[in-house]
Each structure stands twice: as C-alpha cells, then as structure tokens.
Design a protein around this ligand. Structure first.
Ligand code: UDP
Length: 375
C-alpha cells in the first residue's frame, strides 16, 4: 500500500514527523512524502531537525499570496503528482490550506484520504478562520478519521459522516514532544548548546513563554496582547520570551509596540528543538497556538489561551488551561493564576498526557494502514 503524506507548514511537519518516520520504517507500507512549501522557511527548519527529506516539493509559496491563490496553486500542482504516483492513501494533517486542498484534490481523483487530527471543532465557521472550514471539509471527504481524543471522536460521530472509520489515536504532537524532550535530556552536548543560545534569559526570574499567530487576532487583538505583555514586563520578577511569528500582521505590530519593553525578549521564531527546550524551562505559557496547548499540557505547564474559542476543550475542562481572549486585564490576572499554580507540574503532566496522548499515536495510525494493506 502506497501512502502519500502531504505537509505544508511548521505545525504539520512537526505533527506528521512521527507518522512519516513510522511509515518509512514499516515493510508493510511504502511511504512517500510531499511538501507544498506553504511556509517555506519554518517548514524546512522542522524537516531538518527530524531528518526528513521530502520526495516531492511543490514549492507553492509566493510573496503576498492569498488563500485563494495558494489553494489554486496546490490544486493545480498536486493533480499531476497524484496521477504520477497513484497513491492508495493520501494522508493530511489538521486544518491548513495545504491539507484542505490536498484532501479535496484526492477526493476528486477517487483516492482515499486519511485525516490525522480529525474531529477538532469550535463550531464557529469564522473562528478560527479559515481553519474551521478546512478541517470540516477534510473530515467530510476522509475515509480514515484519526481522532486524537474521545471528545474529537464524539464530534465526528454526531456529524453523521459517511466514514465510520474513526480511530482514537492520541495526538501525534505528543509523540514528537516526548521523543524530542528525551533527546534534549539525554544529550549533554545538545543541552550545553541550547543553554548557551539562551544564556540571555535571567535564571533568577520566572520564565513566561509567549507565542501568537492567529488571523482572528490580527489588528486590535495583537495590540491588546502587546499591552498585556508590556504590563507583565513591569512586574520585575518575570522574563518574557516571545518568538515572534514571521507574518507581517504579527511581526510589525509586536515589534512596534514592544521593541525595548522591559524584561521582554522578542526573538525570531526558534527551531523546534529550541522551542521544546524553552517550553521545558518555562513556568507558564501564553499562547493562541493549538499545538502549544497540547505540548504544554503534556509537560504539566499551565497555559493561558488568548483566544475566544478553542477546539481543544479538554485542557480547559481539566483546569490546565484558561481561555481568556485578548483583554489585557484578563490576560494579566490569568497569567498570575498560572504562575501561582506552576508548582503542581508533576500532577498536571499526568493529566495532560491522559488528555492528549501517550506518545504512541503514530504507531496506531501505522497499525491501521498496515492492517488495511493486509486485508
Ligand atoms: N514552534 C516552534 N518554534 C516557535 C514556536 C512554535 O517550533 O518559535 C512549534 C511548537 O512546538 C508547535 C508548533 O510550532 O508544535 C505550533 O505551531 P503554530 O503555533 O504555528 O500552529 P498551531 O499549533 O496553532 O497550528
């Protein structure tokens, strides 16, 4: 059975890396990898860390591309690839334009689609935009639905989708995280190198790690987030490290508002190994990222989510995460609560891994695909 994995952005590459590795190591499956290059720079960084060399690269990125021009370039280019490779299954991940276009193009050609991280929902078509539409469109056409959690499986069941092939696998992001954190802890030379890269972080202060990239917060949202950070920087007991997303809608506002602010380190996006190192060192996390909510939970770190909605309710329900939107007062008080609860890390880590995954998700996906090959 030939399985073609498609990746386009940094989070897809991280979360598909364990699956791509498992497929490559299995004699029952022929794994082929195609990168679309939707986020060229950030994607390539991840591929290097996991030593993944895509067999095909569509190189669709163009300066200033719109969602429509991006999608149409992927549709156009991927059609020929499907004809040439004739895969049995096309595997996509999550909710990006890459995943949506690759899945729909496969459906048009009668190729089975497997959706890794199926069933996440906000049930609000505008938030996150365009991700909620993308993930729903993929689930509509997918034959293999790999739901990360029971709650994502329940979402799929109540939608009466045509596919009844739902498998709860855990989230592959936890596979990648556990492998990487183990690598950092086990490799003294690597740790020395990472310590050195981040020696600017004052160890006598508490570390707050920040990330943000959502379209729904462009404009006023990011301005309010910056106000909250400036206020938190005034506390004096915090080191705030913020790898700023390269999107100009984020980067320009954040650097204008926070450049030179006290106790705030604005840095370029860091590679995945460095990010895992920072996450491991942080006492609390402020983010709008989906993957970071899961990663932080699996390390027992409390998260403040600066969004109005989340498709990952598990962490919020278990008290590991707080959903506060972009109001500066709400962000600041939630960060205080997160820091106050940071001592319970070991207990929270256990809860986080029960909620989001035990590190075996990729093997379950492989088992399902290889089982199909044997039928
Ligand atoms: N990440 C990274 N470097 C950074 C910030 C994040 O490698 O500077 C990783 C992080 O570990 C997570 C992923 O990027 O796995 C999250 O990506 P993003 O927030 O862009 O997307 P989302 O998870 O919301 O889809």
């Amino acid at each position: 059975i030939r399985v073609l994995s498609i990746i386009g952005t940094r989070p897809e590459a991280i979360k598909m890396a364990p699956v791509i590795k498992a497929l490559a190591a299995s004699p029952a499956v022929e794994g082929v990898v195609c990168a679309t290059g939707q986020h060229r720079q950030m994607l390539d960084q991840v591929l290097e860390i996991f030593a993944i060399r895509p067999d095909h690269d569509l190189d669709v990125m163009q300066v200033g591309h719109t969602l429509n021009s991006l999608a149409s370039r992927i549709f156009e280019k991927i059609d020929g690839l499907y004809t040439k490779l004739a895969p049995d299954v096309v595997l996509v991940h999550g909710d990006t334009t890459t995943a949506m276009a690759a899945a729909l193009a496969a459906f048009h050609k009668g190729i089975a689609v497997g959706h890794v991280e199926a069933g996440l929902r906000t049930y609000d078509m505008q938030r996150p935009f365009p991700e909620e539409l993308n993930r729903r469109a993929i689930d509509l056409v997918a034959k293999h639905l790999y739901a990360p959690t029971e709650s994502s499986r329940r979402n799929l069941l109540q939608e009466h989708l045509v596919s009844d092939r739902i498998l709860v696998t855990g989230n592959t992001v936890i596979d990648a995280l556990l492998q990487t954190v183990e690598r950092i802890h086990g490799d003294a030379a690597l740790r020395v190198r990472l310590d050195k890269s981040f020696e600017f972080i004052d160890r006598s202060r508490r570390l707050l790690l920040v990330t943000g990239h959502r379209r729904e917060s462009f404009g006023g949202g990011f301005e309010r987030i910056c106000d909250a950070l400036a206020r938190l920087g005034q506390r004096g007991d915090l080191e705030i490290v913020y790898p700023v997303h390269l999107n100009p809608n984020v980067d320009t506002v954040v650097r204008e508002r926070l450049g030179g602010a006290k106790n705030i380190h604005l840095i370029a996006p860091v590679d995945y190994l460095s990010f895992m190192y920072l996450l491991d060192r942080a006492e609390a996390i402020l983010t709008d990222s989906g993957g970071v909510q899961e990663e932080a939970a699996a390390l027992g770190k409390r998260v403040v989510i600066m969004r109005e909605v989340t498709e990952r309710p598990e962490g919020v329900e278990a008290g590991l995460a707080e959903l506060v939107g972009t109001d500066p007062d709400l962000i600041c008080t939630a960060v205080e609560r997160a820091l106050a609860g940071a001592h319970a890390q070991a207990k929270l880590r256990q809860i986080g891994r029960t909620l989001y995954g035990d590190g075996q998700a990729a093997m379950r996906i492989l088992g399902d695909l290889a089982g199909e090959a044997g039928q």
